[in-house]
Ligand binder design. Structure first.
Ligand code: NAD
Length: 292
């Protein structure tokens, strides 16, 4: 398959990442089918489209015709078979649980056209962990977007041990067509590039918080003002979801058994209390008065 043969993209999952990746692809001219098991999540994604596109027009970022056309290219469904019909490229952005992703990839392989590439947006699972359940491991790779996917320019494309060079190059080129700046990883490594660096920062920030060296606010302030990061580690975790941090650390800990991979007491406490960040109204910061 050549880059110009990609006409339809299926995005699996309409959550934090999926709804934005779907919107991005529709704006960039692709037919997009976004599929989720949750009608509630799909409704949120539909509502987002209803406000985001007119907002772009109001800001002069696109014409009314362009917004209308992008909206018309975007569809939402709970029916996997319908979503995958005629799909050329799949971006899986479902919940970060390995067994779930393996089940989903089995379904994707069964229901997608044989030429379709199956990419995973997983933050930590390398594609070889799902490629083996498919009959097309050469067409499976990692395509890792960053949050918010409509804004962040970086996409990590990972060449797994079974991924063909052609699939990697196609995914790099598709990322460019989605107006991103892709980076290529020549081999699989846990956490890819960015999350390895981020994990090191987060672990140190949590250590400083848990040992009472400084408050979350001051640690964030230092990272923003001294290192020039747009957000400190605690604000960022509130945005990406403390539940996600918890699941990622638990999966890793269950895999390695290394106590260093265990979620910190603060993360466990926030996870148990349901203080998962912006999505629940409270995380390291309080968003209960936030209307956004
Ligand atoms: P999320 O919890 O916001 O959304 C996940 C969605 O998957 C939910 O809407 C859920 O209903 C849906 N889902 C669950 N099972 C499904 C199935 N069988 N079929 C279809 N949909 C299903 O999670 P998220 O933050 O959007 O993360 C999604 C993926 O993107 C994860 O793999 C995560 O590691 C990765 N990721 C997340 C971020 C981030 O900052 N949140 C950044 C980069 C990558």
């Amino acid at each position: 398959m050549k880059i110009d043969d990609i006409k339809k993209i299926c995005v699996v999952g309409a959550g934090n990442m999926g709804h934005q990746i779907s919107m991005l692809a529709a704006i960039c001219g692709y037919q997009v089918s976004c599929v989720d098991v949750s009608e509630e999540q799909l409704n949120k994604a539909r509502d987002f489209a209803k406000t985001y596109l007119p907002g772009r027009v109001a800001k002069g970022k696109m014409s009314e015709e362009e917004a209308k056309a992008a909206g018309a290219r975007l569809s939402f469904t709970t029916d996997m078979k319908e979503a995958l019909a005629d799909t050329d490229f799949v971006i899986e952005a479902a919940t970060e649980k390995l067994e779930l992703k393996r089940q989903i990839f089995k379904e994707l392989d069964r229901l997608s056209p044989p030429h379709a590439v199956l990419a995973t947006n997983s933050s930590f699972f390398v594609s070889s962990m799902v490629a083996d359940v498919t009959s097309r491991p050469d067409k499976v790779c990692n395509m890792h977007f960053f949050n918010p996917a409509l804004v962040m320019k970086c996409v990590e494309v990972v060449q797994g041990p079974y991924t063909s060079e052609q699939t990697t190059e196609l995914t790099m080129e598709l990322s460019r067509r989605l107006k991103k700046e892709p980076v290529k990883l020549n081999k699989e490594i846990y956490g890819f590039l960015v999350n390895r660096i981020l994990s090191a920062i987060n672990n140190e920030a949590l250590y400083l918080l848990d040992t009472g060296v400084a408050s979350a606010e001051d640690i964030d302030k230092a990272v923003v003002n001294a290192l020039g990061h747009p957000l400190g580690p605690f604000r960022l975790q509130d945005l990406t979801g403390i539940d996600l941090s918890y699941h990622i650390m638990m999966e890793r800990y269950n895999e390695t058994g290394d106590p260093a991979d265990k979620p910190s007491p603060t993360i466990v406490e926030k996870y148990v209390k349901g203080e998962w960040g912006q999505k629940t109204g409270k995380g390291f910061y309080d968003y209960s008065n936030d209307k956004a």
